[in-house]
Write a protein that binds this ligand. Structure first.
Ligand code: PEP
Ligand code: MG
Length: 574
């Protein structure tokens, strides 16, 4: 991907105080009003786009921001300061800081939730007053083919980006397994994350190569770099085209074991493409993207429609829908407590069990959608069987509520858990007695086993899924799950990376769930290897002292089975 960089600073700019003369006041007030009108127009444009992408309810957040800019009291306070000879940008800055402070300290949670909107309004109007196009994503015209370079992608920023204007994203923050990257992948948007200092190295307009395969951003590439990149892009396109021919081929290992390949679906709209890519169902539907970036939880009917849509795309294949995994790095726009350690905090099943009424809205929607196909419910981040028991109790209550309302639903929906904490993996023998299936969430399992924040770009070299401790927890989960006759799958990013997928096959995993874009490459690996060879390599990896040693033995095994050239090609695509 080659294009002009567009540096996007979604942050409140520094404003210096400036005194205006008495005879300039009227002119400055007119400038302030014109800027406010322009900000409101932009918000209306963003609102229309959000309504198209995410629905009317969602776009309402921009109405809140428009009403803030139209607020008579706010306008009066700013204009009073201008009449006292302060330039409009400083006057607005002072008033906004005061309002944000006031809202932020309010005892009313509804008011506190609005602080984020005030920040957005603060940035938007100042960027217009100060003439800072870098601060406003709306300044990107459709067809710009821009590579947006920004510090981090927040839900509100993601909503504002116009897909017709951007060709890719590069961020300072984030990692392969952070949810920004996961979401960008499911939107099919090329992204390189975790560059640490890209925003300070790049100026808008500079030509850049966004090199997704190597996770690099090349600034002002030389002719040689451009031609090298073009060569590689051609080779990768050819490899992709070859993979596309596998669409109807079965995912069968060379020793005849069928591996079930399912898709991870983050947004209901992706389901059709995932089914068309040959997925045998959905191994993980992340429902929190129905919530992230929104001001309110979706209703039962809205969720029912979303789940039904995914099920409809997959016919008789299973669709595993995960209950809300909100928290960590997936937060609604407002209304979530600020925590010192969000990944160890009030996340996922913890939040759901503490908010049973909210949780039951989701459970009812799932039980209703289960009428239309093979829906299965999965609980994230469990650490104790008590959580499964409580969730099951709420599931029965949800079913009773639907019965009382006379609404069609299924009561016997299989309930499974994600094994993504060391606690769940070590005590998996207790879980298998109470659940219908297990799915290993390696993104979190690695983070919690190694105590390495999965989203911290400075720790990427320490985030090593092939660490023998992780492999041993996976091996144990598979062994105990198989022994109990339960389905065990893997739905973390490990399943889509060649060496790791090979390790998983070797550890006895026969069901993998990956992003739709990764399906063909994973199928190619499956079709080129034997479970016996993978098992030998995985045994050696389990005995390895370090992740690096494990990677070495896995690579040797995989290379022997696939050949060097194909392996290198696949590693490039991963
Ligand atoms: C995981 O943790 O591996 C997983 C699949 O869930 P998420 O990435 O949404 O935390
Ligand atoms: Mg997880």
């Amino acid at each position: 991907m080659v294009g002009p960089a567009h540096l996007l600073r979604w942050e409140v700019p520094d404003v210096r105080a400036r005194v205006v003369r008495d005879d300039e006041i009227e002119g400055e007030l007119a400038r302030l009003r014109a800027a406010t009108t322009k900000a409101i127009e932009r918000l209306r444009a963003v609102k229309a786009r959000a309504a198209e992408k995410a629905g009317q309810a969602e776009s309402a957040i921009f109405d809140v921001q428009i009403s803030m800019l139209e607020d008579a009291e706010l306008r009066e306070q700013v204009e009073t300061l201008v009449r006292q000879n302060l330039a409009p940008e400083k006057a607005f800055d002072i008033v906004m800081l005061d309002w944000r402070d006031h809202f932020g300290r309010s005892t009313n949670p509804m008011m506190r939730e609005r602080t984020g909107d005030l920040v957005d309004v603060h940035i938007r109007l100042l960027s217009i007053l100060l003439g800072l196009p870098d601060h406003d994503p709306v300044d990107l015209a459709p067809g710009s083919n821009a590579i947006v370079v920004t510090h981090d992608l927040t839900p509100s920023l993601t909503m504002q980006l116009d897909r017709r204007a951007i060709a890719g994203i590069a961020t300072d923050a984030g990692t392969r397994t952070s949810h920004v990257a996961i979401l960008a992948r499911s939107l099919g948007l090329p992204a390189v994350v975790g560059l640490i200092d890209a925003t300070s190295r790049i100026t808008s307009g500079e030509r850049v190569i966004l090199d997704g395969s190597n996770g690099r951003l090349v600034v002002k590439p030389t002719a040689a770099e451009l031609s090298q990149f073009a060569d590689r892009a051609r080779r990768e396109a050819a490899a992709q085209a070859e993979l596309a021919t596998l669409l109807d081929a079965e995912a069968l290992t060379t020793d005849g074991v069928h591996i079930s390949l399912r898709a991870n679906v983050d947004l209901p709209d992706e389901a059709g493409a995932a089914a068309a890519a040959g997925a045998e169902g959905v191994g993980l539907m992340r429902t929190e993207f129905l919530v992230v970036g929104r001001t309110a939880m979706p209703t039962e009917d809205e969720q029912y429609e979303a789940y039904k849509r995914v099920i409809a795309a997959f016919g008789k294949h299973p669709v595993v829908i995960r209950t809300y995994d909100v928290g960590g790095d997936k937060l609604p726009v407002g209304g979530f407590p600020h925590e010192p350690n969000p990944f160890l905090g009030w996340r996922a099943i913890r939040m759901c069990l503490d908010e049973p009424e909210l949780f039951k809205v989701q459970l009812r929607a799932m039980l209703r959608a289960a009428m239309h196909g093979d829906l299965r419910i999965m609980l994230p981040l469990v650490v104790t069987v008590d959580e499964v028991r409580q969730a099951r109790f709420l599931l029965l209550e949800a079913a009773d509520e639907l019965t009382a309302r006379g609404v069609a639903h299924r009561r016997d929906v299989p309930l499974g858990v994600m094994v993504e904490t060391p606690a769940a993996a070590v005590s998996v023998d207790s879980f298998v007695k109470e659940v219908a299936f297990l799915s290993i969430g390696t993104n979190d399992l690695v983070q919690y086993t190694l105590a390495v924040d999965r989203g911290n770009a400075s720790l990427v070299t320490r985030y090593t899924p092939l660490h023998p401790a992780v492999l041993r927890l996976i091996a144990r989960t598979v062994e105990v799950g198989d022994g109990a006759g339960l389905e065990v799958s893997v739905c973390g990013e490990m399943a889509s990376q060649p060496l790791m997928a090979y390790a998983l096959l070797g550890l006895g995993v026969t069901k993998l769930s990956v992003a739709a874009v990764s399906l063909p490459a994973v199928k190619r690996i499956v079709r080129g290897v034997s479970t016996a060879g993978a098992a030998t390599a995985a045994r050696a990896a389990l005995d390895a002292g370090t992740a690096r040693e494990a990677a070495r033995v896995l690579r040797a095994g995989l290379q022997a089975e696939l050949g060097e050239e194909l392996l290198d090609g696949l590693l490039g695509l991963g």
